[in-house]
Each structure stands twice: as structure tokens, then as C-alpha cells.
Write a protein that binds this ligand. Structure first.
Ligand code: DX5
Ligand code: ZN
Length: 211
């Protein structure tokens, strides 16, 4: 019998009220990670928050940083200093992916690579053994509340066929229905922003993504 994978839920704080950030963060304490979307208005057409905000987050959840920025190497040291657990860099944001993965690991963080919807899985085939996680984007990065792009499902299935152990994260348009499709395709880490934070009962919303 194949081993049942543990599903990890990573709420994205992009859609919270930042005026009460720590209250919002406390409301998702039953999740496994906290997904932090850094945007610089260059790599993506939106600006979010940076290290000065993350520094003040109070939580026991593992901090899972998704860097949607140009020059991601400039952020690594500070992220390590504030105790970030995992860092995801975009394949499309660097010419030196292998070097950057090494840097992330040297700083003691888990290394992950994100692929935009149009970026094929095959481009990271050779470096899969160096990665802790791959993020399959199921929307074009930059905004919360977008519709799930079905293409992500076949990329998750293909990646799972290449590597049965690597953590596969999926991000964008995740709700109860798309979560199930992604879990069945082989994803382990589900990121959800609007679905969780717009829910009245966030604990229930988180649980609904696990099963
Ligand atoms: C989009 C971000 C996502 C976003 C997801 O660029 O990477 O993490 O917050 O939001 P939802 O779950 O609303 O699609
Ligand atoms: Zn994200």
C-alpha cells in the first residue's frame, strides 16, 4: 500500500487586514505553516510587505516565504536572521538558480523553487535532488483571489511521477474543491489566502482543505 502523505496547510496572509495582523495570524494557528508573499512591484505588478513586517509576526507556525521579487538573493540573510523556515524563489527571477538554492541552504533554511503557470516542470528536473520543495503556481503570481488554472494539475501529477518524495506545494485559487483535485494529483502543501481568511470559521476552513 502506498504511504498516505501528510497534507500541510499554509494560509497566505496576503488577504488579511494588516491593521490587526497578529490577531489574523492567531486565527489560523491550527494550520501547519504561514505563507508570506513578498512582492516588489517589479517581478509582479503588486507590492506587499517585507522583512520589517514579517519581523513582528508572532506565531509558532513555520514561516514559509514566497519571494515574488527581482534579485531574491538580497533578502536571504535577513530572512534567515528572523528565523524563516522555508524560502521559495521563482525560477523566472534568477539566472543562477543552483547558486541561490545553495545560498538558501547555507543559511539553514529549506529551499524551494516556484514555477509560474507557463514554466514547464522539466526545467528543474536536474536540480530536484537539491530541493526540499517545489511550488506549482496555480495562478499568475501577484494577487490573491484569482481563479485556479487547471494546467497546474497536470504539472503536479508529472512532478509527482518524477519524484515521489519531494514536497509539492500549490498556490493560488485553492478552495475545498481545488484542494481535493491537487491532493489527488500528488500535492502535499496547500496554500490558501482568500478561502481561509474570508471564512467565518477559519479552523473549519483549514480542516476542509485536509480531507
Ligand atoms: C499570489 C500569491 C498567493 C495568494 C493566494 O501571487 O502567491 O499566495 O495569496 O491567494 P488565494 O488563495 O486567494 O488565491
Ligand atoms: Zn504565494
Amino acid at each position: 500500500m502506498p504511504k498516505k502523505r501528510k497534507i500541510l496547510i499554509s494560509p497566505s496572509i496576503l488577504s488579511v487586514n494588516f491593521g490587526q495582523l497578529n490577531r489574523e495570524v492567531a486565527s489560523v494557528a491550527s494550520a501547519d505553516m504561514l505563507h508570506l508573499d513578498l512582492m516588489d512591484h517589479h517581478f509582479v505588478p503588486n507590492l506587499s510587505f517585507g522583512v520589517p513586517v514579517i519581523k513582528h509576526i508572532k506565531t509558532k507556525l513555520l514561516l514559509d516565504c514566497h519571494l515574488m521579487v527581482e534579485n531574491p538573493e538580497l533578502y536571504l540573510e535577513e530572512l534567515a536572521e528572523i528565523g524563516v523556515y522555508s524560502v521559495t524563489i521563482h525560477y523566472e527571477a534568477t539566472k543562477h538558480l543552483h547558486r541561490l538554492i545553495d545560498r538558501i541552504k547555507e543559511f539553514g533554511m529549506k529551499a524551494s523553487v516556484a514555477l509560474n503557470p507557463a514554466t514547464p516542470v522539466d526545467l528543474i528536473k536536474d536540480i530536484l535532488p537539491d530541493l526540499d520543495m517545489v511550488l506549482i503556481m496555480s495562478v499568475n503570481p501577484g494577487f490573491g483571489g484569482q481563479r485556479f488554472i487547471d494546467l497546474a494539475v497536470k504539472k503536479i501529477k508529472y512532478l509527482r511521477s518524477l519524484d515521489k518524495d519531494i514536497l509539492i506545494q500549490v498556490d493560488g485559487g485553492i478552495n475545498q474543491e481545488t484542494a481535493k483535485i491537487c491532493r489527488n494529483a500528488g500535492a502535499d502543501v496547500l496554500v490558501a489566502g482568500s478561502y481561509i481568511f474570508n471564512a467565518k470559521d477559519k479552523v473549519k476552513a483549514i480542516e476542509s482543505l485536509r480531507k
